[in-house]
Design a protein around this ligand. Structure first.
Ligand SMILES: [Zn+2]
Length: 359
């Protein structure tokens, strides 16, 4: 029997409708599968976090020493970074609010590899397991409170060593803005700073006032410190603290040139938010302690996110640190390096940017 044209058209329409339904079913299945995958990923992340937390509470011997490869370190520490990145990528999940600021996984891995390199090259650790334990203590919770201790004008024996003793005893880290001219005679101190997971910043070769130098001389006094630290220790500096907080008035040619130089040399310009006033002759250790631990500074700013300024060249600074470091830790502050603080901030770390000084 011959099909009428009308029936053929109807049949074709039914076929199309069936194909469409099939396609929708397939799509629904795919959406469901993707949902399940996301849930599974979250469960794996949470389990790995819990496992790590449990491991942390076990005696040290329970931690297995593994091959001393930097990539292994990255794998060990990845879950934290991956977990913080995950909720941003997958918004419709039962996970609580997106951590802010979130840690960038790439940066965190690079940072941890650099720390591993410094600890294993310059640190005083008997075996790989103890390096991993030290690295574990250096993990950052991006949602936690944090601040950065900074020390200028060293390395300066015996004070720098005494400051490092206090840091080491408290598993704390800091950033040292060093004078290039002091480095040759004090290489052991720089090595110890790196071996404890501290950061090194540039404070020019001779504590030079950048405003008063020609553009060429600026590049020499700053660039020489970067080169020397890289040549001697294989370490690249990414922070510049201009002595005397002197980097030209806003809008001036001097400022423009100093910012351009910082960009060329891959440096962020970092001042401080709260000074201990340890360079003031009449300031005692007790006054420093009170000033640093005060809930608010004179501008009403709190401690969280602060960059605190000290100098590793006064005995009273050592005495003050013995009180300040445990007190800050007891208040729940993570004592991170300046680069870590900036990388965990909304702004991020950028070469040629000026941080933490109102213009
Ligand atoms: Zn200085």
């Amino acid at each position: 029997m011959e099909m009428s044209r009308e029936e053929a058209r109807r049949r074709a329409a039914r076929k199309r409708a069936a194909a469409k339904r099939k396609k929708y079913r397939r799509r629904r299945l795919m959406v469901l599968a993707a949902g399940l995958l996301i849930v599974a990923l979250l469960v794996v992340g949470i389990v790995s976090l819990v496992t790590r937390a449990v491991k942390k509470n076990q005696p040290a011997s329970a931690l297995e020493p593994t091959a001393a490869a930097a990539s292994a370190v990255a794998d060990t520490l990845l879950p934290t970074a991956a977990m913080t990145a995950l909720p941003t990528a997958v918004p419709a999940t039962p996970i609580p609010a997106t951590p802010a600021p979130a840690i960038q996984a790439d940066w965190y891995i690079e940072r941890t590899e650099q720390l591993y390199k410094n600890l294993s090259t310059y640190g005083n650790y008997p075996d790989a397991a103890s390096i991993y334990r030290a690295l574990d203590k250096m993990q950052i919770d991006p949602n936690g409170k944090m601040l950065a201790l900074t020390f200028d004008d060293g390395p300066y024996p015996p004070i720098t060593g005494a400051i490092l003793d206090v840091l080491e005893a408290n598993h704390a880290r800091a950033t040292f803005f060093i004078k290039g001219a002091y480095v040759d005679a004090n290489q052991d101190l720089v090595k110890r700073e790196l071996g404890l997971g501290c950061e090194i910043g540039n404070h020019t070769t001779n504590h030079d006032d950048l405003e008063k130098l020609s553009p060429a001389d600026r590049r020499t006094t700053v660039g020489d410190v970067n080169d020397k630290i890289y040549r001697l220790f294989g370490y690249r500096i990414h922070l510049l603290r201009p002595p005397y907080i002197s980097y030209g008035k806003k809008g001036s040619d001097t400022r423009e040139d100093i910012v351009a130089m910082a960009k060329e040399l891959e440096l962020a310009i970092v001042n401080h938010t709260r000074s201990s006033h340890d360079s003031h002759e009449d300031y005692t250790a007790q006054m420093m302690i009170e000033r640093i631990l005060a809930e608010k500074d004179e501008l009403g700013r709190g401690l969280n996110g602060s960059i605190l300024l000290f100098h590793d060249k006064y005995q009273k600074t050592v005495e003050a640190m013995k009180v300040i470091i445990p007190a800050l830790q007891q208040q729940g502050y993570q004592l991170v390096t300046v680069s870590e603080l900036l990388n965990c901030s909304k702004e991020g770390l950028h070469y040629g940017w000026i941080y933490s000084k109102a213009d």
